[in-house]
Design a protein around this ligand. Structure first.
Ligand code: UDP
Length: 314
């Protein structure tokens, strides 16, 4: 029996590898594409040998030839943490622009449906709170975060252009902060930083006064929402995230409590253009996809802390 084939760019990354798992579980063949600059084959090691899975090491900013039928393409390749895209600014801009262009070209050639990973960063430091999909954002194009924010905004623009001009079957997900197993301990994000520091008994580094807010979504919820969006008919962007909002200081305190560490919070300088608030409005996802997150923060954090414990002691 024919199995539909899906390509996942960034397939060896945090979200990409979870998407590969989900698509395989739903009965798809999966081709993961990754250049491994921030991804890691450890994330897909459990899939090697699965006859429905293959891996291609390739930088998606360059032309790609893939033989055979392809039904779906999910573009998840990009450095995605502030530390990563500050270290890799040109690659970040290239994968969001040239990489998205290559992905759209491949989708057009294969007559495949394509889903582009955008992000809440398109809203920048938002003046509308919580963020709805019809908010156009408040982005500094020339600041250090601009390389990521503008790359994602360009990715959305070229995706809509391919949809309108070429009639390409497109989807755009706007992903809010997501966490779970397979995050890199050293990617500099709040969650791996805090958990790593807590488990090693080091000071917990809260940036600024910690009053900035974020809303953290557990990875299995995010992946379910993305799969539902892929299967839906919605072409305009859809927010997927968990609306449970918390200040970064409270978040650090939760990590301290759940790990039982003796670590203390220390305050460091707030990065440039760090958004003051972030919370998804997910009414559209609820209405159109019948989706909402199920995993609460304490449950998700416990699973993630257990994962990081294993990574640290391995
Ligand atoms: N943050 C922090 N300490 C850290 C790392 C991050 O206080 O060691 C803050 C960061 O400044 C931001 C929030 O935590 O306000 C979330 O940061 P993250 O890097 O996870 O992602 P962002 O939401 O900024 O893209």
């Amino acid at each position: 029996m024919y199995k539909p084939t899906a390509v996942v760019t960034g397939g060896a990354g945090f979200l990409g590898s979870h998407l590969c798992d989900k698509l395989l579980a739903e009965g798809y063949k999966v081709i993961a594409v990754d250049n491994l600059i921030t991804g890691n084959t450890n994330n897909i090691a459990h899939l090697i040998g699965n006859e429905n899975f293959s891996f291609v090491k390739h930088d998606i900013t360059n032309y790609i030839y893939l033989p055979g039928r392809i039904d779906f393409i999910l573009h998840f390749a990009s450095p995605a943490s502030p530390i990563d895209y500050l270290k890799l600014p040109i690659q970040t801009l290239k994968v969001g622009s040239l990489g998205t262009h290559k992905v759209l070209g491949l989708a057009k050639e294969k007559k495949a449906r394509v889903l582009i990973a955008s992000t809440s960063e398109v809203y920048g430091d938002p003046v509308v709170h919580p963020q709805t999909e019809d908010y156009w954002g408040n982005v500094n194009p020339i600041g250090p975060r601009g390389v990521y924010d503008e790359a994602k905004r360009f990715a959305e623009a070229i995706t809509m252009a391919y949809h309108r001009y070429h009639g390409l079957d497109t989807r755009i997900v706007r992903i809010f902060n997501t966490y779970g197993p397979r995050m890199r301990l050293d990617d500099g994000r709040a969650l791996p930083a805090f958990v790593g520091q807590a488990l090693r008994g080091e000071d917990i580094t809260v940036f600024g006064d910690g009053s900035q807010t974020r809303s953290f979504c557990y990875v299995s919820d995010l992946v379910d929402g993305i799969f539902k969006l892929l299967m839906s008919n919605e072409v305009d962007p859809v927010n997927i995230g968990n609306p449970s909002e918390i200040t970064i200081k409270q978040f650090a305190e939760e990590v301290i409590k759940l790990t039982g560490t003796k670590s203390k919070i220390v305050y460091q300088e707030l990065p440039v253009d760090d958004p003051k608030v972030r919370q998804p409005n997910i009414e559209k996802a609820k209405r159109i996809l019948g989706w909402e997150p199920k995993v609460g923060r304490s449950e998700g954090l416990k699973t993630t802390i257990d994962y990081f414990k294993k990574v640290i002691t391995a």
